[in-house]
Design a protein around this ligand. Structure first.
Ligand code: ZN
Ligand code: ZN
Length: 330
């Protein structure tokens, strides 16, 4: 097992461009024109271009509409926000931990921006809840991760993968933690996203859904960034690129998809008018396939090749900039 060491704060004898993605030497000076990976700067520009804050979003009509949602919609709304709040909180800290071990200063910079975006995501949940519900209710939502059994199971699943790396940082545990990361940022948010886009499609809670779209857009870049790091790690440590790993990744994704569909049944079930939980289930399998393929592996659910929620595409992919896409869309 190749142990990995934290990046030095300064190294006078090392070049600015790191000699390795981990365990490399680097002065730790950040010069964007002298970095190890050519994709880092374009990624940096995209991440900055996406910058947004919750203050931009007017919650006025959501405040009026929230009380007109039916009970299952309201419950799903709050539970999903509670779930996202936990995932984004963990993610802020995890990104910082990974950053410590990447020996290229540009990758460290990208991780810091990623972590900052997670802070903004978390802020958006407080912003939404403080606009819509009482402080007591808000506190309750932020505690769902302690009280909801289905959630607890899912969270423990991710934590296991993350803690293995933070307790024992080596190439293998970092690779594995990245797989869990791709699940967190690229799969575990997705039944939540589907629910909010479903509301937006029916012109409900458009402010919140706009925020969710911004978060979705950030998460796509985050997944992409971690996938890049994964691939660079494997190319610098090809001895870790084994059949055994491919099988392990497949089985981790299968378990993740099972946990996510279980959650979808709990939170969406048959209670949400117009959103079929079977479709959401297929949507989860479809995304598990997409993420595995991004990491360079076979699809774990080969029979689910098409996105069953076709209409979602318009919501996921839209590059909102500062337009009011959600308002115009019906
Ligand atoms: Zn996030
Ligand atoms: Zn993220």
């Amino acid at each position: 097992m190749t142990t990995i060491e934290k990046r030095k704060l300064m190294d006078k004898d090392a070049p600015n461009r790191s000699t390795g993605i981990v365990n490399g030497t680097s002065s730790n000076i950040l010069n964007w024109d002298d970095v190890r990976f050519s994709w880092a700067y374009p990624k940096y520009k995209r991440m900055l271009g996406n910058f947004w804050t919750p203050f931009e979003i007017n919650m006025g009509s959501d405040v009026k509409q929230f009380s007109s949602l039916n009970e299952p919609e309201r419950q799903a709304f709050l539970k999903i926000i509670g779930l996202l709040a936990l995932l984004d909180s963990i993610q802020t800290d995890f990104a910082g931990k990974v950053a410590d071990y990447l020996t290229d200063s540009s990758l460290n910079a990208l991780m810091i921006i990623l972590a900052q975006q997670e802070v903004i995501h978390n802020h958006s949940y407080s912003y939404v809840l403080s606009s819509l519900v009482s402080k007591d209710e808000q506190d309750r939502v932020f505690d769902y991760w302690r009280t909801e059994t289905v959630l607890e199971k899912r969270n423990e699943f991710i934590m296991k993968g993350y803690e293995e790396f933070s307790d024992n940082p080596n190439v293998d545990s970092l690779l594995k933690a990245i797989v869990y990361d791709v699940i967190l940022e690229g799969l575990f948010f997705y039944s939540g996203f589907a629910f909010f886009y479903h509301l937006a499609r029916h012109q409900k809670m458009v402010g919140t859904s706009t925020m969710i779209n911004y978060i979705n857009r950030d998460e796509q870049i985050h997944v992409d960034l971690f996938v890049k790091i994964y691939q660079e790690l494997l190319s610098e440590y090809p001895e870790y690129d084994t059949q055994e790993r491919a099988r392990e990744v497949e089985s981790i994704f299968k378990e993740a998809a099972m946990l996510e569909t279980e959650w979808a049944h709990e939170v969406i079930g048959n209670q949400i008018d117009g959103l079929d939980v079977e479709d959401v289930e297929e949507y989860i399998y479809f995304y598990a396939n997409v993420r595995c393929a991004q990491l360079g592996y076979e699809r774990p659910f080969p029979e689910y090749r098409k996105n069953p929620l076709k209409w979602i595409k318009a919501y996921e992919d839209v590059d909102l900039g500062k337009t009011d896409f959600f308002e115009q869309k019906s």
